[in-house]
Design a protein around this ligand. Sequence first.
Ligand code: CDT
Length: 302
Amino acid sequence: SRFVNVAAAQLGPIARNETKKQVVDRLLAHLHQAKKMDVDVVVFPELALTTFFPRWFSEDISDFDCFYETQMPGPDTQPLFDAAARLQIGFYLGYAELVIENGVKRRFNVSILVDKTGTIVGKYRKVHLPGHGQDEPWRAFQHLEKYYFEPGHEFGVWSAFGGVMGMALCNDRRWSETYRVMGLKGVEMVMLGYNTPVHNPPAPEHDDLSMFHNHLVMQAGAYQNGTWVVGVAKAGSEEGIEMIGGSAIIAPSGEIVAACSTKGDELAIARCDLDLCHSYKSTTFNFERHRRPEAYGLISSQ
Ligand code: CDT
């Protein structure tokens, strides 16, 4: 057995005027609590340092630069890395990244994986950016990820915590390709944070199904690739917008083995045996033996 004790560190809402210091204190409380329960790695949500700012349009995109991190660790986030090293606990963290390349500002929705020494072992830039790229005032609220971020271009895996770790962010979890690309790279645990409003303005008929769809996609992704999936929400009523909770740790069987039951700051913890992946990866989903890529031309070429 290869056990990794994992905490899904759900966050309740983050107010627009909450300072990064206040938020980081909430994250530190999670790290300390998790350590008491012998957790190896804590998974935080997407955009875990700020409110979900793509719900508002700003004509001048730079007005929102305060929601991005220009360095990681930076002065606000250094305490997380110090705590990780001191407590010997790792974490996955989602945040908005602002980098200047060749004099041009570039913005990404990213996650990082930090090991027990407080060292960043991997960074992932969100591939599937949902929503829209221009202000759409008819909506009850905006979902401007295509305006505030550029898409990333690959799904990676990293050796950490005694296994093969993968990262994704929110909307990525709805796409089977996300898990399959990492599955082909041998992933044993996919960590992903999300911010999902209950209400979907273009398709309000989906609203009642938002939690069903949340678990459906993560459970299917886990089973079809023989991997653990740890999905973590920023939940509750954030600036008047209701966000789903339902953070869950899902086994390679597709079963939910731990879940949050509130919409606030809450830990769900599971002792995950990475060797459980083997039973699926070597039988039903033995890719080498059973996949038929020659029949998948349409999706493998574009
Ligand atoms: N953050 C994020 O990707 N949220 C989307 C919301 C629905 S699309 C407007 C999601 O897929 O959960």
